[in-house]
Design a binder for this molecule. Structure first.
Ligand code: IMP
Ligand code: MG
Length: 176
C-alpha cells in the first residue's frame, strides 16, 4: 500500500535555504577552491544542488559509510563501504551530509578524515535533529533544525525509497 507522506519543509523553502548556504560558503571560501566530499547515498541530492550554486571552484568526491546497528539506531561503529577516489591532502574539504541524527557517524568519521591531512575540514548538513544527539558533532553550515521525526526526501530514504522527493516529508504510517 502506498505510504502517505506529509510535507515538513516544502521544496521552495529547501531550495531557498540551499541558495543561502551556497552564498555563505562562497563568501567564506573566496579566493579558494572547495573539495566537496559527499556522503552517499543520502547526501547526493543536497550536494548537487549546493555545488551548482557555489561560485568558487569545486571538486567532488564520494564516500559511503554504514554504521552497524539496527534500522533506527546506530552503534557508533562505522564501516567505510566506499572510500574516496582522490587524495584530500592540502585541500579545503567540505563534507556534505543529508542529516545529523545521533551524530555518531560524523563523530567517528571526521577525526579519521583529519588524519589524511586536508588543509581544512568543515561540515555542511541539510538537516539536524538536536534532540537525538548522542555524540558531539560541530556543524559549520546547517540548513534546518528539525524535531525528532523520521523524514524522507531530498536524498533521505525509508527502505531505499523516497530519496527523489523534492521536499522534506514525514511518512504517516497507516493505521489500518
Ligand atoms: P547518525 O550517525 O545517527 O547521525 O546517523 C546519520 C544517518 O542516519 C544519516 O546519514 C541518515 O542516513 C540516517 N538517518 C538519520 N535520521 C534519518 C531520517 O529521519 N530519515 C532518513 N535517514 C535518517
Ligand atoms: Mg546518510
Amino acid at each position: 500500500m502506498a505510504d502517505k507522506i506529509s510535507v515538513m519543509i516544502p521544496e521552495d523553502e529547501v531550495n531557498a535555504k540551499i541558495r543561502e548556504l551556497a552564498e555563505k560558503i562562497s563568501r567564506d571560501y573566496e579566493g579558494k577552491e572547495i573539495h566537496i566530499i559527499c556522503i552517499l547515498k543520502g547526501g547526493v541530492f543536497f550536494a548537487c544542488e549546493l555545488a551548482k550554486r557555489i561560485t568558487v571552484p569545486v571538486s567532488l568526491d564520494f564516500m559511503q559509510v554504514s554504521s552497524y546497528g539496527n534500522a533506527t539506531s546506530s552503534s557508533g561503529i562505522v564501516r567505510i563501504k566506499k572510500d574516496l577516489d582522490d587524495s584530500m591532502e592540502d585541500k579545503e574539504v567540505l563534507i556534505v551530509e543529508d542529516i545529523i541524527d545521533s551524530g555518531k557517524t560524523l563523530h567517528y568519521l571526521i577525526p579519521v578524515l583529519k588524519q589524511r591531512n586536508p588543509k581544512s575540514i568543515r561540515l555542511c548538513a541539510l538537516l539536524n535533529k538536536p534532540d537525538r544527539r548522542e555524540a558531539e558533532v560541530e556543524i559549520d553550515y546547517l540548513g534546518f533544525d528539525i524535531p525528532d521525526e523520521f523524514v524522507v526526501g531530498y536524498g533521505l530514504d525509508y527502505a531505499q525509497k523516497y530519496r527523489n522527493l523534492p521536499y522534506i516529508g514525514v511518512i504517516e504510517l497507516d493505521a489500518e
